[in-house]
Ligand binder design. Structure first.
Ligand SMILES: Nc1ncnc2c1ncn2[C@@H]1O[C@H](COP(=O)(O)OP(=O)(O)OP(=O)(O)O)[C@@H](O)[C@H]1O
Ligand SMILES: [Mg+2]
Length: 270
């Protein structure tokens, strides 16, 4: 029972207010979610429950084929769940996938750009602004400034006019990160974002991600490199065989690697 200042009394079933508040605060919410690829019998992720609050930084780790990429693509609606419900910003992703993706930055794992691709690096970064610009309008000065600023942060502003297909794997990865950032996203999903980066970039880009997180953006990072988990991280999810087998602070979550549940050699947090 709720008693307000103006003496209006509301009678609600027990737990209703908590549920409403939880929904409002959670920016991503998965309820019993399973995703099965077309032509497959077994789901790649199974009955996953996960809540991400605004401004949370979450790492997802686990061996190959654990379902990490499937999880990210189910969250952004590129893959449709075969069971359960996915809500992002309170919207059901099945019905509002496009709207959700407009506010969400996604850096996919190991994408390949055709060497004959006609677009420049700047064109690709600018694509991140299209949701804001609208299909009937052209990018304006502010859009160009935002795109160049993001490229500068990633140290690739000098590559702006180069054909994206002719850039190295690491340079292309930075272009994709810049594309996700120019959206000014409320949520960032990064799938192995450091895999192709040189040591200097592996130092610099996590710092950039930490700054973005400091501005209030919720971030999920899938990584195999647990030695580089940011110190701001309070939560790690471990996946195995399509299921979440640990969801805890980094130290506790990563102890699951020591159990026979996961036979996957990994580095520990320093
Ligand atoms: N397009 C697809 N069609 C059918 N099965 C798929 C497809 N993509 C992935 N899978 C299967 O789904 C399961 C989960 O794959 P997923 O790519 O999500 O794993 P992952 O944890 O991201 O692995 P990695 O660390 O290697 O990137 C695997 O068994 C994989 O074979
Ligand atoms: Mg993957």
């Amino acid at each position: 029972m709720l008693q307000f200042q103006n003496s209006v009394t509301l009678c609600l079933p027990i737990g209703t207010v908590e549920r409403i508040l939880m929904r409002r605060k959670s920016i991503i919410r998965l309820e019993n979610v399973s995703t099965t690829y077309e032509g497959e019998r077994r789901p790649a992720i199974k009955k996953v429950n996960l809540i991400l609050s605004e401004n949370e930084l979450l790492y997802v780790v686990g061996p190959n084929a654990a379902g990490k990429t499937t999880l990210l693509e189910t969250i952004n609606g590129l893959l449709q769940s075969s069971g359960g419900h996915v809500f992002v910003f309170g919207l059901d992703v099945r019905r509002h996938g496009r709207k959700v993706r407009r506010e969400l930055g996604y850096v996919p794992q190991d994408f390949m750009v055709n060497p004959g691709e006609p677009y420049t690096a700047l064109d690709i970064v600018m694509m991140g602004r299209y949701g804001k610009i609208g299909i009937l309008h052209k990018p304006d000065k502010e859009d160009f400034e935002k795109a160049m600023e993001a490229m500068k942060h990633l140290g690739i502003d000098e590559l702006a006019d180069r054909s994206v297909g002719k850039l190295s794997g690491g340079q292309q990865q930075k272009v994709m990160i810049a594309r996700a950032l120019v959206k000014d996203p409320k949520v960032l999903l990064l799938d192995e974002p450091f895999s192709n980066l040189d040591p200097d970039s592996r130092e610099r880009i996590p710092k950039l991600i930490a700054r973005i997180h400091g501005k209030g953006v919720a971030i999920i990072i899938v990584t195999h490199d647990v030695s580089r988990i940011l110190k701001q991280c309070r939560r790690v999810v471990v996946m195995k065989d399509g299921r979440i087998v640990a969801d805890d602070n980094p130290e506790r979550a990563l102890t699951v690697f020591e159990s026979p549940l996961i036979s996957h050699p990994t580095e520990a947090i320093p």
